[in-house]
Structure formats: structure tokens, C-alpha cells
Design a protein around this ligand. Structure first.
Ligand code: GLC
Length: 425
């Protein structure tokens, strides 16, 4: 059974492989997405080691001069997606969006390097990527933390990777809808409207894009000019984990200065993250930087920090929190607390379980000595695939598949879990 699943996962990776990059799924997402590529490369490694490096190199070939790595690269035209290159108008040689996504590449590249069978190739390719990833991290702390707090803000919900989370609802209300004009969404041609964001949310998404475009995509202006500025602990944890992993990799590759720089960023950020801990919820919370308030919303964003090296006592508290969540859902880990009024088990990031999140959380739990909870999360992830197939995400109560089918990063995570549990040698 497990081997059949492995074969299916490989088939999906191949089906979505366009040579030097992979689409998340044909139809719904016909371009290259930033953190999808980084996480998918982990699974690709087992199929073709060299191809996995290419996935990440392609992403960084489109890095901006200021260090930003865009959230989508529009490698070729496809009018089945909205908003396309004409809406973003970023004036790049290959069109890209003008915002970014979770910085998980530092983590992925270290893992690829450690696993590498072909160490010479890995060393060469990791060395070339190292300064580029470091430039992206520096960009984050410069452009998205101009006050030097140690925590970066997202300026568009799509940057978080958790596009439609309840966490953004109140802050998002501050984003106008006036003057956005008419547009035709294309996501509804490919997915169930009940799974997708609402029309009003889409108007606000587009308002922000047009606002940033009117500022010439100048990242020295965008942070302060955005009515939406939110510090997401999950997003920061991914960046800080990548800083720490890049530091370890740099050390290994004989780049001690870069290592020290990355390590310092990770330490400063982890200390600052403590301001977001909530005793009431026993998890971290988002912070609305524009309104200067914590956001009282118990989402997965506040549990994801276990992926970074937070204090052991916090990791223990998060494991306990997960334990309690596990009594209320059949399939871990719900992206929002099922007892919250806003919970919706089928709608995009407002409840459903995602395998990539399960992977990052279980990785942190394993490191921090919470093997039982990690095992539950991994076992649930595999059950979801048996029940729902290789979907984009799943209903945590009944395992119903949601969003797009034949999903690349879902397949990559299945390969990861099968290897991790030793079900596939
Ligand atoms: C959705 C997800 C985002 C992902 C993208 C492509 O927008 O919210 O995290 O990167 O789809 O899979």
C-alpha cells in the first residue's frame, strides 16, 4: 500500500513538472509559487537529486535586485489565473508578483545538502544559493521591519501563505474596496466557491495590489504605506528557522561570517517572538502592527513557531495544546480552532488541515522530544491521503478533500512522511 502511495506521489510530481519549475497543480495555480517550490524540492530530491536543486535555483533566478523573492513567477502566459502579470505590473524581465511568501528555502536547502548523495554537486549548488538566501533574509529585516524590532510584518494576506486566515479579518477591514473596479476571478472556474475567499475579500486583495503598484513596487515605501501590516508568528518562525539553518549550513560550508550574521538574526527574532505569547490561548498570537494590538485569533499561525527553536517550555505548551486539539478533530492539524465561531472546515485556511503545516510542526516536535504528538500528526496526514487523495487541503473532521487536486506539495510531503517513518526505504 505504502509503495503504491509513493508511486502515486512521484507521478504527481512528474505530472506538475515543467522542466525547471513545478506548478502547484495545473488549472488553479499554473505558475511557480515560492514556498511551494522550496517544500516540493524535498520530495523531488528522492526522485531526482539534481532536479530538486533546479527547483530552488529557478526561484532565485527571479530574485529582485533589492533581495525580495517574489511569491509567484509567471513563467509563461496563462489567462486562467487572476490576478495575472498585467494587474501586478512589476516590470520584470519575466513577470512576477510584487510581494513575497514564507521564507522556508533556508530550511529546505540545508536539508537537501545534508541528505545529498552527490556531496560535490550539493556543495557547489548550496554555496551559490547561500548569499542569495541571505540577501532575501536581509531584505525581510530591512523592508518589513524598518523599526528593527526583530519581527517582520506581512503587508498582504497572500504573503503569509495562509491567504484567507481568520487572523487577517479585522486588520483587513481597514483595506478599502472603493475604486477597485470590475474583475473576473478565475479561481472559481477551478474550485468550489464554498472553499474559496469571498468576493469582498478579493476586492481588498486587489486594492492592496493596486496601491503597491501605484508606489512603483518600491519596498522602501510599501511597509509604512500599507494599511495592512501584521506580524504573524508562524511566518516569522519559518524565517527564523531558515536563518538558523542557513547559519548551520554556512558554518559547514566554511562561511563563518555569514553564519554569525544569520544566527544573530535568529536569536533576536526568537527573543522578540516572546511578546506574542498568549497565556490565555497557550499559543502565540498575531500582532496588528498598524493598530498596535494583539489579534485574539487561535489559529495555526500561533502553533507553527514550534518549527523554530523556541524555548523548550513553549514547545511543551504547544505540544499540550495540540493534544487538546487532537481530541476535537479526527485529522490533525486544523488551521483554526474548531470551537471558534469563525471556524470553517472546508474554507481555505479557516479550519482545514494542510500537509505542509503538519510536516513543519511535526519536524519541530520531533526535535523537541514530543515524538508521540509528531507520530499522531504524521499518521493523520497519511490517513488523509487514503481518505481524500492528494488534495490541496482537507476537512479535519471527515477528511474530505478540498481545493485543487493532484497537488505537488501534498505529494512531496507524502514522500517525506513515507521516508521518515521508514515505510519506504
Ligand atoms: C494558495 C495558498 C498558498 C500557496 C498557493 C499555491 O494561495 O494559500 O499558501 O502557496 O495556494 O499552492
Amino acid at each position: 500500500m505504502s509503495n503504491a502511495l509513493y508511486d502515486q506521489a512521484v507521478e504527481i510530481l512528474e505530472r506538475n513538472d515543467l522542466g525547471h519549475y513545478t506548478v502547484p497543480t495545473h488549472g488553479l495555480y499554473p505558475f511557480q509559487w515560492n514556498w511551494d517550490s522550496a517544500l516540493s524540492a524535498l520530495g523531488q530530491y528522492y526522485v531526482d537529486e539534481s532536479r530538486a536543486w533546479t527547483e530552488i535555483e529557478t526561484l532565485f533566478d527571479h530574485q529582485w535586485e533589492d533581495g525580495m523573492v517574489p511569491h509567484i513567477i509567471f513563467h509563461k502566459e496563462d489567462d486562467g489565473y487572476f490576478p495575472g502579470p498585467d494587474v501586478w505590473s512589476t516590470n520584470r524581465p519575466t513577470p512576477t508578483t510584487g510581494i513575497t511568501q514564507p521564507a522556508v528555502t533556508g530550511f529546505a536547502v540545508r536539508r537537501l545538502y545534508e541528505r545529498a548523495k552527490d556531496k560535490d554537486m550539493a556543495r557547489k549548488r548550496a554555496l551559490a544559493l547561500l548569499p542569495k538566501i541571505a540577501a532575501w533574509h536581509d531584505w525581510f529585516f530591512r523592508a518589513r521591519d524598518p523599526q528593527g524590532t526583530g519581527m517582520v510584518a506581512i503587508i498582504h494576506p497572500w504573503e503569509s501563505g495562509r491567504d484567507n486566515s481568520v487572523d487577517w479579518d479585522d486588520a483587513f477591514e481597514r483595506v478599502p474596496t472603493e475604486g477597485v473596479g470590475d474583475f473576473k476571478r478565475r479561481d472559481l472556474d477551478h474550485a468550489d466557491p464554498d472553499h474559496r475567499p469571498t468576493h469582498e475579500q478579493y476586492q481588498r486583495y486587489i486594492w492592496l495590489v493596486k496601491h503597491f503598484r501605484s508606489l512603483g513596487w518600491d519596498n522602501s515605501k510599501l511597509h509604512d504605506a500599507s494599511p495592512f501590516r501584521v506580524v504573524d508568528p508562524g511566518f516569522n518562525a519559518i524565517l527564523l528557522r531558515s536563518c538558523a539553518d542557513l547559519a548551520a549550513l554556512a558554518e559547514e560550508l566554511g562561511e563563518p561570517e555569514l553564519a554569525a550574521h544569520e544566527r544573530a538574526q535568529a536569536e533576536k527574532g526568537l527573543a522578540a517572538m516572546e511578546n506574542l505569547w498568549s497565556d490565555k490561548h497557550q499559543q502565540y498570537l498575531c500582532y496588528d502592527r498598524a493598530a498596535e494590538t494583539l489579534i485574539d485569533s487561535p489559529s495555526i499561525g500561533g502553533l507553527l513557531p514550534v518549527f523554530a527553536r523556541i524555548k523548550q517550555s513553549r514547545a511543551d505548551a504547544i505540544a499540550e495544546h495540540l493534544e487538546k486539539l487532537g481530541q476535537r478533530v479526527k485529522y490533525m492539524v486544523p488551521s483554526h480552532d474548531p470551537d471558534a465561531a469563525e471556524y470553517d472546515g472546508a474554507r481555505y485556511w479557516r479550519g482545514p488541515s494542510w500537509l505542509i503545516v503538519n510536516y513543519m510542526i511535526s519536524d519541530g516536535l520531533l526535535r523537541d522530544g514530543h515524538e508521540d504528538m509528531a507520530a499522531r500528526i504524521i499518521a493523520d496526514s497519511m490517513k488523509l491521503i487514503h481518505v481524500g487523495g492528494f488534495a490541496e487541503y482537507f476537512d479535519p473532521m471527515n477528511g474530505d478533500p478540498c481545493g485543487g487536486p493532484h497537488f505537488t506539495w501534498t505529494a512531496a510531503m507524502v514522500i517525506e512522511f513515507l521516508k521518515l517513518t521508514g515505510e519506504v526505504a
